[in-house]
Design a protein around this ligand. Structure first.
Ligand code: FRU
Length: 488
């Protein structure tokens, strides 16, 4: 093992044991120690789910990228495993950036990632590297990088070429999709193929941004779901739209369609994936039972500076969303928290009432919970809201405006002490005049699933845990049903 990897493993091992209950979320993955960004290598291997992540153990900010590693049986309770990759080879001396993993027919696990190194002018050269292992220890290929920019068509950038997502074909061969900046300055999704994971050839371009959906793309994923071809990418430098579908900066989109006779993407629609504040670089896996499950970094490059108050003495920065089951129905991309969450339900509380004015409900409070709220506003209802993680000083608000059918998530008063984006909103459907919200709270986050999951809004929260009240308010009148579970 290299000195760099050994050092990272010892560093995290010493600190892992000193974490106290409550210092981390209850069921969302955080880094063993230090900084985390993108999910990497999400997959099923050796009888468990594995999730790697962009990792800088030594700081609360991005730095020399390692791959952190965790595994779980139920996608909710994670076990930290030793750091999987350190930037210890010539091909990745400036970082082991994002990538993916797959179990090979011969029993080994393949990691494929972007190796970054500096050229003589300090530019960051990017190429794809592989490592083979057993679920704990990985050996990098001597021939890394195995997919150099020289394999790309002319005009493609060697400085923006990253984030390979690999999958196994039925015949045991491998395909991966990467992103790359092409001659028009925009991003493109490029496919490569291999028989052994070491020798790769260029296959084709799947789709490109044409500088319409951001410019450079990051973190691609490509799969079939409910009879549709789905390409997920995280575009950089997106421009906000009046429909509120896309916000400025780094975004995440799902391109849904089919492949033409040349294997190029024909788009039916381009959809935003999450309407909240903290969501980037999603990656999916196919579970053994056939579910397509997605997880994302629940943070953002725009708002990832130190979010805790310095006096909180934080030891981690960055967390993953809850893994989400994906479906496509009627052209909509639907997301639901993994069904494994239901098995953690405890202490059911339910209420049914007509609400006008403001109220708290018996047994409905807390910071680790799964709560479903249904409302049916009357004609005279001007506004409905729920204040979460609330006390005299703090709250995170969910607001619904029936007139415009707009839902808003507002963490302005969540205690972040930073002038980041704190409000996002989106239009929602209200079939038969009813709005259904499933709200997941977990100490440092809120995730909102609207209706059947056709909208989600995610936000990292850093409100002191003592702020645990939940208040419902209606200007006018609404029917209100609440079902709340604690989580074991
Ligand atoms: C996306 C990203 C990836 C890159 C990684 C580096 O958040 O910029 O494109 O591989 O993060 O940590």
């Amino acid at each position: 093992m290299s000195e760099k990897l050994n050092k990272a493993r010892e560093y995290e091992r010493e600190r892992l044991a000193t974490f106290t209950e409550g210092e981390r979320p209850a069921y969302h993955l955080t880094p063993a120690i230090g900084w985390m960004n993108d999910p990497n290598g999400f997959g099923f291997y050796g009888g468990r789910f594995h999730l790697f992540y962009q990792y800088n153990p030594y700081d609360l900010q991005s730095g020399p990228m390692h791959w952190g590693h965790a595994a779980t049986d139920d996608l909710l309770r994670w076990e930290h495993l030793p750091c999987a990759l350190a930037p210890d080879a010539d091909a990745d001396s400036a970082g082991c950036w994002s990538g993916s993993a797959v179990g090979l027919p011969d029993g080994r696990q393949l990691l494929i990632y972007t190796g970054v190194r500096r050229d003589e002018n300090g530019g960051l050269l990017q190429a794809q590297c592989v490592a083979f292992g057993d679920g704990i220890d990985y050996e990098k290929a001597a021939s890394n990088p195995v997919i150099g920019a020289d394999l790309l068509p002319e005009g493609c950038s060697k400085f923006d070429f990253r984030d390979p997502k690999v999958w196994l074909e039925e015949d045991g061969s491998l395909t991966c999709v990467t992103v790359n900046r092409v001659e028009d300055g925009g991003g493109a999704a490029q496919l490569f193929r291999s028989e052994d994971g070491v020798h790769w050839r260029y296959d084709r371009e799947l789709d490109r941004s044409r500088n319409e959906y951001g410019d450079m793309w990051e973190c691609p994923d490509f799969f079939e779901l409910d009879g549709k071809a789905v390409l997920i990418v995280s575009p950089m430098n997106m421009c906000a739209t009046k429909t509120n579908d896309f916000h400025d900066g780094n975004g995440c989109i799902a391109i849904i369609g089919r492949l033409d006779e040349n294997g190029k993407m024909v788009r039916d629609s381009v959809l935003p994936i999450d309407h909240g504040i903290s969501f980037y670089a999603p990656q999916t896996m196919l579970a053994p039972d056939g579910r397509r499950i997605m997880v994302a970094w629940m943070h953002s490059w725009e708002g990832c500076g130190m979010p805790f108050r310095p006096t909180d003495n934080p030891r981690w920065n960055g967390q993953m969303t809850i893994p989400r089951e994906l479906r496509i129905e009627g052209g909509k991309l639907l997301q639901a928290p993994v069904r494994e969450l239901d098995a953690l339900h405890t202490d059911r509380v339910s209420h049914k009432l007509t609400l006008s004015g403001e109220t708290e409900l018996d047994g409905v409070r807390g910071r680790v919970l799964d709560m479903t709220v249904k409302i049916k506003p009357s004609e005279d209802c001007k506004a409905f809201s729920i204040a979460l993680a609330s006390d005299e000083q703090f709250e995170t608000a969910i607001r619904f405006d029936p007139a415009s059918s707009t839902l808003e998530l507002d963490r302005t008063l969540s205690g972040m002490c930073r002038d980041y984006t704190h409000i996002r909103r989106c239009r929602v459907d209200t079939p038969a005049g009813e709005l259904k919200l499933r709200i997941l709270l977990d100490r440092y986050s809120v995730e909102l699933f609207v209706g059947d999951g056709e909208r989600t809004l995610s936000a990292a929260l850093f409100t002191p845990q003592s702020a645990d009240a939940i208040r419902f308010a209606c200007d006018g009148e609404t029917e209100l049903e609440v079902e709340k579970f604690g989580l074991k």
